[in-house]
Design a protein around this ligand. Structure first.
Ligand code: PLP
Ligand code: COI
Length: 338
């Protein structure tokens, strides 16, 4: 049972719920998902996840709706992405059935932890895939663990949908062309920490990364995709082989299309920032973070007001949240009731 939680005060922090769910791939086959209550997982000290980074994760949310139902936002996209990450890191991808059954069981057993409708909070679901086999030679594991945990989370920014200042981080790159930036490898987040901390120390809550080959084109923020709105209300987002294909970004592009906006996925030169009227960072956790300014050396590009998000980002944000909470028709069939 969930203890008394002030749902409106939740941040984005780890919390232990009643249980989590695991499934193991052993002897060439996936076993059935099992409920686990002990959060300490026994691991062989030579497991391939520990030494050689055979580790991948996902993040998705479940929402309580007015009618009492609980629905996940586009979980099959997360399944497809963890499978893509697994293939890139030569790990065993969980099947659709194992992935979905693990999440269904997780939510069934943690029902009291799903924040109620109207609180602005949601249940964050975190699937993790790791290689278990002891290895000292560099080669893929034979056995894998899928563990799926969850925790209630609040709106990412407690004070609401307020613009932040971003910093172009050029001292440390986070992803290379043809590397692993386009998949959700756990090691990518370690690779990004130093750059993000450096940005924070300089006073910028988020860092924007450029293509690491030439530092001429925009890639993405440390943990979210880049989107811009041009003066004629076109939605632009980078086309790059080292950017994670964000499910939020894909959804916002479809919504922008529904609104009759033009959508362009193409390479975006840094200098084009001066032509944008709105900039946002998008991802599951925050949905959209409006960006007020982007600083590169002595150049500061600004977008709209420092006090409030622009009109187009606000409209996109309200629409996607409305679909997630079941207040707006799910016209693309994104929500999966569990
Ligand atoms: N880019 C990176 C590097 C991320 O870690 C995330 C978060 O998952 C995203 C983008 C946003 O992806 P999504 O919208 O699927 O959460
Ligand atoms: C997101 O879900 O938007 C993220 O950025 C994931 C992050 C917490 C690793």
């Amino acid at each position: 049972m969930a203890p008394t939680i002030n749902w409106k005060e939740l941040g984005f922090t780890y919390m232990q719920t009643d249980c989590f769910v695991t499934a193991e791939f052993r002897n060439g086959t996936w076993g059935a998902p099992q409920v686990q209550t002990d959060v300490m997982v026994p691991l062989h000290i030579a497991a391939s996840c520990l030494h050689y980074g055979q580790a991948a994760f996902e993040g998705l949310k479940a929402f309580s709706r007015r009618d009492g139902s609980v629905a996940l936002f586009r979980p099959l996209e997360n399944q497809a992405r963890i499978a893509a990450t697994a293939r890139r890191l030569v790990m065993e991808p969980p099947t659709d059935a194992i992935f979905m059954e693990s999440i269904r069981l997780l939510i069934e057993r943690n029902r009291s932890w799903v924040p109620p409708y109207g609180t602005g909070a949601s249940l964050y679901v975190r699937p993790l895939l790791i290689g278990l086999t002891p290895r000292v030679g560099v080669k893929p594991a034979d056995d894998y663990l899928l563990a799926v945990l969850c925790m209630p989370v609040g709106p990412y920014y407690k004070d609401g949908f307020f613009p932040v200042r971003a910093f172009i981080q050029e001292q440390y790159d986070r992803a290379a062309p043809h590397g692993v930036g386009n998949v959700k490898a756990s090691g990518n987040y370690a690779a990004g920490m130093l750059g993000d901390i450096d940005g924070k120390n300089k006073g910028y809550p988020i860092c924007l990364y450029l293509d690491s080959a030439t530092h001429s084109y925009i890639d993405e923020f440390g943990t979210s995709n880049f989107l811009g709105i041009t003066a004629d209300d076109t939605y632009v987002t980078p086309d790059s082989s080292s950017v994670l294909p964000s499910i939020t970004n894909d959804s916002l592009q479809q919504i922008a299309g529904d609104f009759g906006m033009k959508v362009e996925r193409r390479r975006i030169q840094v200098g084009e920032l001066s032509e944008l009227k709105e900039v946002g960072a998008c991802g599951t956790a925050a949905v959209i973070t409006p960006v007020y300014s982007v600083t590169r050396g002595d150049t500061v590009y600004t977008f709209g007001s420092e006090k409030e998000a622009g009109a187009t980002l606000t409209r996109l944000f309200k629409e996607i949240q409305g679909i997630q909470y079941g207040e707006i028709e799910d016209r693309h069939g994104w929500m999966v009731t569990v």
